[in-house]
Design a protein around this ligand. Structure first.
Ligand SMILES: [Zn+2]
Ligand SMILES: [Zn+2]
Ligand SMILES: [Zn+2]
Length: 298
């Protein structure tokens, strides 16, 4: 463990500093210095990231993952606030060489914003659902139509008489029918005497598979970091899609896609049940980064 005790001790003492400058703290500088020593490739990787920073998620980028991994495993600190603080501190100081001594940018004018919008396509999936059989209401059986639920049928051997002609005897002599033992009826061949047979609709399962179409509309929540306010005006009157309009409005500004969460709104059988339309702007929000944001900026 690298100086972990020292770092943790300092962390408890720097709270006042944090209020003045959220990211430029002794602790963040020390941690960053350790990371850069053990990952000299990070400055190049960070430059790569920054080139595509408006559409590429920092939280999923190599740089963020290395920082997170280092803090978690090498320093043994499992605190997302620390990870986010250091990762953000490094993101806004891409040219840093020696974090311990160089002048660095803190977090006085950083904005955290999000834009939530639906995607431009609705995905269709054919799915199968198991439902109770309508025909037998889940019972699995139906009345035997062959014996009309009697469970028995007329004996085919004696035609229901119960006796057959005795071929060895005199004319007119009869014997009890061996097939039905003289009763004239036998068990129904169809239902075996049960008076019920498997429901034809569901093959006796009580349930049937029903195919339906599921429609998924993606809902994107993109969180950005920027050094100046981003323009969210009139995105609901977009020309193409809310997000493409957002990018073109803010072309001149530098901003970073922190994370893009994608959820889906689903509807069954038709799209009328979807609350949102395609390419709909749902919500935007923008505020200066505070300690609170850093804690909860997930
Ligand atoms: Zn059935
Ligand atoms: Zn029957
Ligand atoms: Zn018979």
């Amino acid at each position: 463990m690298i100086k972990l005790t020292n770092i943790l001790n300092e962390m408890s003492e720097v709270n006042d500093d944090l209020k003045i400058d959220l990211l430029d703290t002794t602790v963040n500088r020390k941690i960053l210095s350790l990371i850069l020593k053990s990952h000299p490739e990070l400055p190049i990787k960070l430059k790569d990231y920054i080139r595509h920073s408006d559409t590429k998620q920092y939280r999923k980028d190599y740089v963020y993952r290395k920082i997170e991994d280092f803090i978690n495993t090498k320093l043994g600190i499992r605190d997302s606030e620390v990870v986010i603080g250091v990762a953000l501190f490094y993101l806004i100081n891409p040219l840093v060489g020696d974090p311990k001594t160089e002048e660095m940018y803190g977090a006085k004018d950083i904005y955290h914003s999000f834009i939530q919008f639906t995607g431009d396509e609705i995905d269709e999936f054919t799915e199968t659902d198991t439902e109770e059989c309508d025909e037998c209401i889940g019972y699995g059986y139906e009345d035997c139509g062959y014996c009309d639920t009697d469970g028995e049928e007329v004996c085919g051997e004696c035609g229901g008489d119960g006796f057959v002609e005795d071929e060895d005897g005199e004319e007119g002599d009869t014997l009890d029918c061996g097939t039905c033992n003289g009763s004239g009826v036998v068990e129904c061949d169809e239902c075996g005497g049960a008076a019920e047979v498997d429901c034809r609709e569901c093959d006796g399962n009580g349930t049937v598979d029903v195919e339906y179409t599921r429609y998924d509309l993606p809902i994107n929540t993109m969180r950005f970091i920027s050094f100046q306010k981003l323009d969210y005006q009139n995105l609901d009157e977009y020309k193409y899609t809310p997000i493409s309009d957002f990018h073109s409005k803010n072309e001149e500004k530098k901003y970073f896609l922190w994370v893009n969460d994608i959820e889906f709104e689903s509807a069954r059988d038709n799209t009328d049940d979807l609350v949102y339309d395609k390419n709909e702007l749902i919500e935007t929000q923008q505020n200066k980064i505070s300690l609170y944001d850093i804690k909860y900026m997930l």
